[in-house]
Design a protein around this ligand. Sequence first.
Ligand code: FAD
Ligand code: DHB
Length: 396
Amino acid sequence: MRTQVAVIGAGPAGLMLSHMLHLQGIESVVLETRSRDAIEATIRAGVLEQGTVDLMNEIGVGRRMLREGFPHEGTILRFDGRDRRIDFPELTGGKKVMVYAQHEVIKDLVEARLASGGDIRFEVSGVSLHDIDTASPKVRFRDKDNQAHEIVADFIAGCDGTQGVSRPSIPAGVLKGYERLYPFGWLGILCKAPPSSDELIYALHERGFALVSTRSPDIQRMYLQCDPTDKIENWSDDRIWEEFRARLDTRDGWAPKEGAIFSKVIVGMRSFVTDPMQYGRLFLAGDAAHVVPPTGAKGLNLAVADVRVLSKALVAFYRSGRSDLLDGYSAAALKRIWKAQRFSWWMTSMLHRFPGGDEFQYRIQIAELEYITGSRAGSTALAENYVGLPFDSAAL
Ligand code: FAD
Ligand code: DHB
């Protein structure tokens, strides 16, 4: 089988890339190890930057998001028992974010790809990459009936997340990895309750971080800082609500809305960047190349930003034989990635209690939150990163 671009992974990066290439007349095949049902049901991120929202609308997959998503014009930082609001449009020249779950984005992209005759192979196994440093890279895999196949492509896009095969297919010594592990994780829950607040609440308390988000008029998404090695069995519903009440500090009379918890998960946290994000005809995008801690909701948005740069470079190659944008992909994408890494690291550091952290550190964190929420310069620094920094027009 032959195609122009073999895309490994049907996450936001792979599906978005395949759709954007299709709109420019470039053919691709997407390979995904999981089933369609599984990728459409995995609960992950929830906040879309203004640029991600605009892109989804531009490429014709934004209709349901506009109908069902929640536009948010600000966010709340809650500490010392009080709310402080950051107003996005006022501080960023009119930008805002959209709360719309990642698996809904996935559903919209899969539907759009299949409706336009796109080729997505679900439930494949044994994916391996070959000849990636030649002009005819190949991908071998088995389909869901265990039949072996080979795709010969012009390019391979490695969009297969942190556990994929693409990054490990690059010979040792080519990539440099930069990593930071955090000594905490997040316990995430979904519960049957209406939104506790019109906007997301990021809270710092002596007992740790808490986040109140939403998914729909009757489902709330909430997170608590926890030990990354902790077990879900240690967190009864009663203990979870007690911890939310304590950390969200209900002294001012506000309290989170509580309801039946129907999903609990613990995720670890790390920062990771691969440099470069290319080897031969293999280009990495999204979590395959970098990971951010979730505070600030950058993971999905960065994956989308990568494929925006990559699709422009591929279109330039097919339209006019130019390879300079492909050669510059890694450097262009990494500029934005490091800025998002910095923001995610900063939000994480400002809003979590570090094990062994003393009263001095906590007072400094509170002072930083006072400064960020009390100064227009401080609030603007948070707002412009949260809604998404502008794109470098040269890369686009
Ligand atoms: P993924 O979404 O990981 O997609 C990769 C796809 O490749 C997957 O569908 C996978 O099944 C497939 N795949 C893997 N190996 C192979 C293979 N060998 N062959 C073919 N296909 C393969 N970000 C936030 O901003 N906020 C959050 O709250 C948040 N929560 C998260 C919770 C969890 C549990 C995880 C894992 C991530 C979370 N993230 C969050 C990060 C965000 O979801 C990711 O940044 C985003 O999914 C990246 O998209 P992607 O397309 O690069 O990778
Ligand atoms: C959500 C996740 C985040 O990482 C974040 O910073 C805000 C909201 C969410 O899942 O809704």
